[in-house]
Design a protein around this ligand. Structure first.
Ligand SMILES: [Zn+2]
Length: 485
């Protein structure tokens, strides 16, 4: 096996750019904080998910096997508030839980649609918090047993003063937190303001789960610790999220997980920066709060949005503007046009074109080298992209003067496609065109079957199988398909 290319990322824990070194060489276990499914994701959230997708794609394309866990937070105060509104006063807990699930299902589906539209690869594991309540209860019990948690009136709190390393990630000083205001300080009675809630006792009319402390629900922070520990084990290679989660969420995740297991949990923490809109912080009152659907309504293609985001470094604030998106679209078009040109047979020599005298083979090798050097150094996508764009200029000039023969064109396309495993924005309709072709063959098979032409129907099934498509004829007459291998 050839040695894997080391990839370095800024580690929030050490404040340095360091190689990410998986515990098992070549196998990266990464936990990503996912969305709370109570609303449509806005472009700021989407930037975080695009950052997480970038991390995954860079490691995968570099040859690592990545276990990518992204959770769905499907229980919290807002979800409860919104999902219970329409219920009559006297309903049982089962109905309350069902109403909550029905509510989050809507936004879970919308979230998956967003992922697909943005070509964010589906996570290897996508746990819902409400499917792991027992794990959360166990984790809170483990913290209680170690003297790190205490109960007050049916709620359980983390005793922050009992954990020496509290503050290691955010480098916040504990005295500072004492002064800080906490959102639910007045609602819950606890020993110190900095103590945070692990389990919330249910109030009348709220959905609940039974627990050793009575009826209640998990706090937000405990969800990620419990799902991370249970699904990925006691040692995580990498944990990611938006920079807004460093404190308190990730600090509290560390406190919970390390408090329970007694050793370091995550070796590398990576955080993606904020997104501003037209120079201002996004907010509903300013009317600059966009979802992917809002962008589509204003003519922004999701692929262009993806490309615009990836064209900026993940650790720099990105100022979203419609003008910026148009510039990104022009660059993307240039790349697509170039790729098409390289796919086509060599054209005629352009009269008067100067000879840049480059050797396309070594020029591509150099671009590939620059591309990977940039990505391996803290995912420097702007530089990686610059390596591609200067290649485009050079090869276009060479192709004008001396049309590249087929094998040289193929080498250029191969590099573009390798880079596209990470950028996933060109060619434009690769997947859609493929899917449309599959649907057409499935339709043809349906027609053949209706005409009782079994031989043709079988032939079409085999043709699809050869394309890696497996059909499933369902009882209701519809046909489902999936990719195999
Ligand atoms: Zn989390």
């Amino acid at each position: 096996m050839t040695a894997l290319r080391p990839i370095s990322l800024f580690n929030t824990l050490t404040r340095r750019v360091e190689p990410v070194t998986p515990l098992v060489p070549g196998e990266l276990k990464v936990y990503n904080c996912g969305p709370t499914t109570y609303d449509y994701a806005h472009v700021g959230n989407l930037r975080t998910f695009l950052f997480q997708d970038l991390v995954r794609r860079v490691f995968e394309t570099a040859g690592y096997r990545v276990v990518f866990c992204l959770n769905l937070t499907d229980v919290d105060d807002k979800i409860i508030r919104d999902s219970q509104k329409a219920l009559p006063g006297e309903v049982d807990n089962e109905a309350r839980l069902q109403a909550m699930r029905a509510h989050t299902d809507i936004y879970e589906r919308a979230f998956l649609e967003d992922l697909d539209a943005l070509r964010i690869a589906r996570p290897t594991l996508m746990p819902r918090a409400t499917d792991h309540i027992a794990d959360m209860i166990q984790l809170v019990q483990a913290l209680e047993a170690r003297g790190l948690a205490y109960e007050r009136d049916g709620s359980v709190y983390y005793r922050v003063s009992a954990l020496p390393q509290y503050g290691c990630l955010s480098q916040i000083d504990r005295d500072g937190i004492q002064l800080g205001t906490s959102v639910d300080a007045d609602l819950y009675d606890r020993d110190a303001v900095s103590d945070f809630v692990l389990w919330k006792g249910a109030k009348p009319g709220e959905p609940y789960w039974e627990s050793p402390w009575g009826r209640g629900r998990p706090g937000w922070h405990i969800e990620c610790s419990a799902m991370g520990l249970n699904l990925l084990g006691e040692r995580l290679d990498l944990h990611t999220g938006g920079v807004d989660l460093v404190f308190p969420h990730h600090e509290n995740e560390i406190a919970q997980s390390e408090g329970a297991i007694g050793h370091q949990w995550v070796s590398h923490w990576a955080h993606g920066e904020f997104l501003m809109v037209e120079g201002r912080k996004m907010s509903k009152s300013l009317g600059n709060f966009f979802t992917l659907r809002d962008l589509a309504a204003r003519g922004v293609d999701p692929m262009t949005f993806r490309f615009a985001i990836l064209g900026n470094h993940y650790r720099k604030q990105y100022n979203f503007s419609f003008e910026g998106v148009r510039a990104a679209e022009a660059t993307l078009d240039r790349l697509r046009t170039f790729r098409s040109r390289m796919e086509e047979p060599p054209g005629p020599r352009r009269e008067g074109a100067a000879d840049p005298a480059i050797d396309p083979g070594s020029r591509v090798a150099r671009a590939r080298d620059e591309f990977w050097t940039a990505l391996a150094d803290d995912l420097n996508t702007p530089e990686a992209l610059a390596a591609i764009l200067t290649l485009v200029t050079d090869i276009n000039a060479q192709d004008d003067h001396r049309p590249l023969p087929r094998e040289e064109r193929d080498a250029v396309v191969a590099f573009l496609d390798e880079a596209n495993r990470i950028f996933a924005t060109w060619p434009r309709e690769e997947r859609e065109a493929l899917d449309a072709g599959i649907e057409a063959l499935i339709e043809a098979r349906k027609t053949a079957k209706a005409a009782r032409n079994w031989k043709e129907a079988d032939r079409l099934r085999d043709e699809l199988k050869a394309m890696g498509i497996l059909l499933e004829d369902r009882k209701d007459g519809t046909v489902r398909w999936k990719r195999i291998g």
